[in-house]
Design a protein around this ligand. Structure first.
Ligand SMILES: Nc1nc(=O)c2c([nH]1)NC[C@@H]1CN(c3ccc(C(=O)N[C@@H](CCC(=O)O)C(=O)O)cc3)C=[N+]21
Length: 289
């Protein structure tokens, strides 16, 4: 049944159309939202991702700049680049693409980004705000998933959400956002014993394991909502998720595909956060006048 598919490409486009109007209104007030991306080293996968980001931001009418640094760049030079963008009043959002080469301290770089421009929502200040439910930039992937659920009319309050994965960028914040919407949340991870025992109880199953097609239909309760955060290549080099779509779809009431599910939402929420940052800047300017 094709109606089961949660179409992230379409929902993302819907949000980006809304953003276009917000951007036009900001531009009319003299502010064009600006996103800066720093890419360290060469990596074809991240280059496509960066290209998609550039394309979407231009489509939305935003300014987008890309800084490419060699993978031999020193931590000091990278920090200087971040500081330059912190000071640049035409830039509202800064994203340093992760992971970084081993000789660079990722946490140090994230802490160097001004929290007002941290549109990834990775700065400890913003992570803390998110945890206690204060307004802040939400990390793009979990934020995008919340939008997918809400815009697909999935009930969250009182439901059992099971998350597989506990990374700082997906699993951990995902659980907190669902908790804020009154879900009962269970975190599973690589050390969880009898994973299936938990996943079979999930009304909402969020899968971020990093193993191609790991979650098959037998892991899924009938009529569960399944969200696949995975990005893997299968044996033929084709992009695939952590969920075995064919067997999972038979059990689920709704499910996201890969590609075309969570991925396009991540980029969309990055743009949304950048527009919000520009709006904050404009508000602050008007208050100081
Ligand atoms: N600071 C930082 N923030 C990030 O958000 C971040 C990062 N670093 N490093 C890399 C990962 C990866 N990531 C993706 C987002 C969207 C797609 C996406 O749009 N995927 C398309 C498919 C694209 C294709 O066909 O290759 C889809 O799922 O439909 C992919 C990957 C964000 N990341």
């Amino acid at each position: 049944m094709s109606s089961k598919k949660i179409d992230g490409k379409a929902i993302g486009q819907e949000i980006r159309n809304e953003l276009k109007e917000e951007v036009a209104s900001l531009v009319a007030q003299g502010v064009q939202p600006g996103l800066a991306v720093i890419l360290v080293g060469e990596n074809s996968a991240s280059e496509t991702y960066v290209k998609n980001k550039e394309k979407s931001s231009k489509e939305a009418g935003m300014k987008s700049i890309l800084t490419k640094l060699p993978d031999t760049v020193s931590e000091e030079d990278l920090l200087a680049e971040v500081e330059k963008l912190n000071q640049d009043d035409t830039i509202d959002g800064i994203l340093v693409q992760l992971p970084l080469p081993k000789h660079i301290d990722e946490n140090k770089v994230i802490r160097a980004i001004s929290p007002e421009k941290d549109v990834d929502g990775f700065h400890p200040m913003n992570v803390g705000k998110m945890l206690i439910g204060q307004e802040t930039f939400l990390p793009c992937t979990p934020y995008g998933i919340m939008q997918l659920l809400e815009r697909s009319n999935v009930d969250i309050a009182g439901k059992h959400a099971v998350i597989i994965g506990r990374s700082n960028i997906v699993g951990k914040p995902m659980g907190q956002l669902l908790l804020q919407k009154d879900a009962t949340v269970t975190y599973c991870h690589s050390r969880t014993e009898d994973l299936k025992k938990f996943t079979q109880q999930a009304d909402i199953l969020i899968v971020a394991i990093g193993i191609a097609k790991f979650i098959t239909g037998d892991y899924i309760k009938e009529d569960a909502v399944v969200i696949d955060v995975g990005m893997n290549r299968d044996e033929n080099g084709k992009l695939c998720g952590d969920v075995d779509y064919e067997s999972a779809e038979k059990q689920a009431s709704a499910i996201t595909p890969v590609p075309g599910g969570v991925g396009p939402m991540t980029i969309t929420m990055l743009l949304k956060n950048t527009v919000e940052s520009a709006e904050n800047k404009l508000k602050a300017r008007m208050q100081n006048k």
